[in-house]
Ligand binder design. Structure first.
Ligand code: V47
Length: 370
């Protein structure tokens, strides 16, 4: 039966490679992206998913902290970043950050995820103080902070090399780097959507430098706006190549574009949210192409908890976490709730026929809880 379907879709040779654990080529990736048999893509991606992670589906008890939305880049796909003089601009003081952390000390949070805009004025010392303050309030927590774009900015304002800056941030409490800021590496896309932002090569250089220092990081791709299949593929191959070199990426997270309140949707008024099929296809193709990534995350905040649950059968093995407060998606029209109880994550995972595993940021199993 499956052989017939594979033949009909022209994927017999790709399926043979997947079953043999062989690397897929760029052209294979193109064919997968253009395949409209979603169930077949899911079937193939699930082979890799189960080979790497069995029935396990990971989640993390985490807290998001968006310390400021003031940003000089003002990317056209982003509804979160605001100019410093905007009446919606905000920045948190170190005391307010302490308070945010303190307010949830009763919860078994193992990871704090920190992301903000590229702020024109906050001094370098603010970032070091923020890291120290978080660790003081919640010793032992893993701080996953600052996208590659923020890290490059911090190196610049501190007048240091990336390496020295990362070492100093690590001493202050930084443990790993989230995957944001990668967007789509294509120079064409960056020119149109985020011309002031760090280049794709610059982003990869931050990742390489961190990995050289033994610090892990994540990788993302923002899809569903004006990028082509070729540009998505190029992005995935650049990540795969970098991972071959360093082995430092923990997980890949496809991020579904939310057009609401973005400049991109003002320029192209017809833009709509990605469809469920598109979301699952991106997860499945990423799982198949990124053979050297251990984990693929279905980020429920962006694709909704129900689709994230289904994605556990289309290549994803991780649902991210409890979160509670996340502004990047919310500002762009995200409708998913902001918080998910760990019991609800566990229920969704079990209901999908998978085994829930509470993990720390580095994918170590947390049982019993620390
Ligand atoms: O870099 C901005 C994206 C990213 C929109 O590492 C948008 O585990 C959709 O990277 N629609 C930041 N996406 C968030 C991020 C992230 C999130 C969760 C987990 C991890 C991880 C990383 O959000 C930005 C950008 O690519 N973004 N605007 C938008 N309108």
């Amino acid at each position: 039966m499956i052989d017939k379907l594979l033949k009909k879709a022209g994927l017999t040779d790709i399926a043979a490679k997947v079953e043999a654990g062989e690397r897929l080529s760029e052209d294979d990736g193109r064919r997968l992206y253009n395949c409209d048999d979603l169930l077949l893509l899911g079937y193939l991606a699930n082979i890799v998913r189960e080979r790497k992670n069995g029935d396990q589906a990971f989640f993390v008890y985490n807290q998001h902290l968006n310390y400021s939305n003031i940003c000089t880049n003002l990317c056209k796909f982003c509804a979160f970043g605001k100019a410093a003089d905007s009446d919606q601009a905000y920045e948190m003081t170190i005391d307010q950050i302490r308070e945010k952390i303190r307010s949830r000390l009763a919860e078994p949070i193992s990871e704090i995820h920190v992301v903000g805009g590229i702020h024109p004025e906050l001094p370098y010392s603010y970032y070091l103080e923020m890291l120290r303050a978080i660790k003081e309030e919640r010793p032992g927590v893993h701080i996953q902070a600052f996208t590659g774009v923020e890290i490059a900015h911090l190196a610049e304002i501190s007048g240091q090399s990336l390496e020295d800056c990362l070492k100093e941030l690590r001493e202050a409490g930084l443990d790993s780097i989230p995957g944001g800021g990668a967007e789509v590496f294509s120079a064409r896309i960056r020119q149109i959507t985020c011309e002031k932002k760090l280049s794709g090569e610059g982003w990869l250089e931050v990742a390489r430098t961190a990995h050289r220092l033994g610090m892990r990081s994540n990788a993302t791709m923002l899809y569903g706006h004006i990028e082509t299949v070729e540009e998505r593929l190029e992005h995935l191959l650049m990540l795969r190549q970098t991972q071959d070199e360093t082995g430092g990426f923990l997980t890949f997270i496809p991020l579904a574009f939310h057009p609401c309140n973005t400049e991109l949707s003002t320029i192209n008024p017809g833009m709509s949210r990605t469809s469920g099929v598109e979301d699952l296809r991106n997860i499945a193709v990423a799982r198949l192409m990124l053979d050297n990534f251990d984990h693929i995350k279905a980020y429920w905040v962006m694709i909704g908890p129900k689709l994230a649950q289904v994605a556990l059968s289309f290549g994803a093995d991780d649902m991210d976490g409890t979160i509670k407060e996340e502004l990047i998606t919310k500002m762009a029209g995200g409708e998913a709730q902001q918080a998910m109880a760990d019991s609800e994550l566990i229920r969704l995972i079990k209901d999908a026929g998978r085994t829930p595993v509470e993990r720390d940021t580095l994918y170590e199993q947390l049982t019993p809880r620390p």
